[in-house]
Ligand binder design. Structure first.
Ligand code: AMP
Ligand code: MN
Ligand code: MN
Ligand code: MN
Length: 281
């Protein structure tokens, strides 16, 4: 069973519609795909309608958290999307993303980058807005050549000149919230080497409060980190998950390029009660 448990659509900062994500997952020949947009489940109905054949859709999301002032991402699966406490937090995160994007537009204007809020809002459409939308607007305005060029200290990388922080959950609270909604959490890309990396001790701390798994197989993890994380997962009794973190054109199409260890999907199903995996028909 090959399951890519980390994929984005244009419900957040991916470039493809949820239906296109499902078509690409089917073409990749994998058995299961999780749609894990940032802070939203809005893409799930369309993804479900696009299912064909035996492909399984695992409903999920990627939750913005913050630990000691640093950004931490938690993947959540098979929770009840109607859970009021979780839904309220997601709304709060999304609302603050809008305020923060407006503030980043202002900062960029002060640095001579001429993108208007209206242009950015048109580009993002109904999506949960994130820095990749700002990066694309900067490309459109001619300020930079490619979206990745925005993620530097000059612009909108963490701590960059035009970076603005945003509301995010404490991961311990997030783990409990998702469990309370019948779901399970997996720590996303803890060793991606972007701005910082979680220590083994921090991961153990999250395991102690109910974290179900850790993403071992991720495009930004090198071979040595995979080996170390896999051993840590075994030590802590965590699932060794994996996924492509595909964002469509922004990452290059790579659905199915990374998959969870065998049995992870079934284990997530057995430990959750908030929602079921989805199949065609
Ligand atoms: P935000 O959630 O608005 O803070 O934006 C974070 C998103 O930006 C991540 O989910 C990635 O999609 C993208 N991102 C973060 N760091 C980089 C990077 N160094 N290069 C390209 N994209 C990045
Ligand atoms: Mn993203
Ligand atoms: Mn992430
Ligand atoms: Mn992601």
């Amino acid at each position: 069973m090959r399951a890519d448990l980390h994929v984005h659509s244009n419900a957040s900062d991916g470039t493809d519609s949820p239906a296109e994500v499902i078509r690409r997952a089917a073409r990749a020949g994998i058995d299961a795909v999780a749609l894990t947009d940032h802070d939203t489940v809005a893409g799930h109905p369309q993804a479900r309608r696009a299912l064909t054949g035996d492909l399984i859709l695992v409903p999920g999301l990627e939750l913005s958290c913050q630990l000691q002032g640093r950004s931490v991402h938690l993947l959540a699966y098979l929770f009840d999307p109607g859970d009021e406490e979780l839904a309220a937090e997601l709304t709060r995160i999304r609302d603050d993303r809008v305020l923060r994007a407006r503030a980043m537009v202002d900062r960029l204007a002060g640095l001579g980058v001429d993108i208007s809020w209206d242009q950015l809002a048109a580009l993002a459409g109904p999506a949960v807005i994130g820095r990749p939308h700002i990066a694309r607007a900067m490309v459109a305005s001619g300020a930079i050549a490619a979206p990745r060029d925005a993620f530097t200290a000059d612009w909108i990388a963490d701590g960059g000149r035009a970076y603005v922080s945003r509301y995010a959950l404490d991961p311990v609270r997030a783990i409990r919230l998702v469990r309370g909604a019948g779901g399970a959490t997996v720590l996303a890309h803890p060793r991606a080497g972007r701005e910082w990396e979680l220590s083994d001790e921090q991961i153990a701390g999250l395991a102690a409060v109910g974290l179900a798994g850790v993403e071992v197989f991720h495009p930004d993890h090198n071979a040595a980190e995979r080996t170390r994380l896999r051993a840590l997962a075994t030590d802590l009794g965590l699932l060794a998950s994996g996924g492509s973190d595909d964002h469509g054109d922004l990452t290059g199409n790579r659905i199915g390029s990374e998959t969870a260890a065998e049995g992870v999907c079934a284990a997530l199903e057995s430990m959750t009660s908030g929602a079921r995996v989805m199949r065609a028909g």
